[in-house]
Design a protein around this ligand. Structure first.
Ligand code: AMP
Ligand code: ZN
Length: 131
């Protein structure tokens, strides 16, 4: 049981922004900012790490076009394009999706910022990542 699969199968209504054979884009029901859109593959995959490359590329390609269209037509000044992967990253629906969040000004209800954090040894971090 997946709410986005139900939306893709038209069992649950949604506001469709864009659709093709691989991808569906709908308005996020919560509209963090005006025009907030979700781009998802029609195939059920849980997240960007587990997804096949074809599903990811189809979403990113659609997200690239829609980000430009949304910024222009909503008269936004910027946009965040992001995907949450895993509970700790804020993923609440386990079906891959990319958020397109048009940005208007500092007071637009979105606060994505990188706080200062303890210094890391970059060589050690590199070693860890490369395994
Ligand atoms: P995330 O927290 O990254 O998994 O994002 C899930 C998003 O799905 C949230 O921003 C929700 O507002 C949105 N959402 C949940 N149910 C629906 C729905 N029925 N139609 C449109 N968006 C939804
Ligand atoms: Zn699904």
């Amino acid at each position: 049981m997946c709410i986005f699969c139900d939306i893709i199968d038209h069992k649950i209504p949604s506001s469709v922004v864009y659709e093709d054979e691989k991808v569906l884009a709908i308005l996020d029901i919560s509209q963090v900012t005006r025009g907030h859109t979700l781009v998802m593959p029609k195939k059920h995959v849980r997240n960007i790490i587990e997804a096949d490359e074809e599903s990811v590329l189809a979403c990113v390609s659609a997200a690239k076009k829609l980000a430009g269209q949304i910024v222009t037509n909503c008269k936004a000044s910027g946009v965040n394009v992001l995907t949450n992967c895993g509970e700790s990253a804020g993923q609440s629906v386990d079906h891959l999706h990319f958020h397109i969040i048009p940005r208007y000004d500092e007071n637009d209800c979105v606060d994505i910022k990188f706080n200062e954090s303890p210094k890391q040894d970059l060589d050690e971090v590199l070693k860890t990542i490369k395994g």
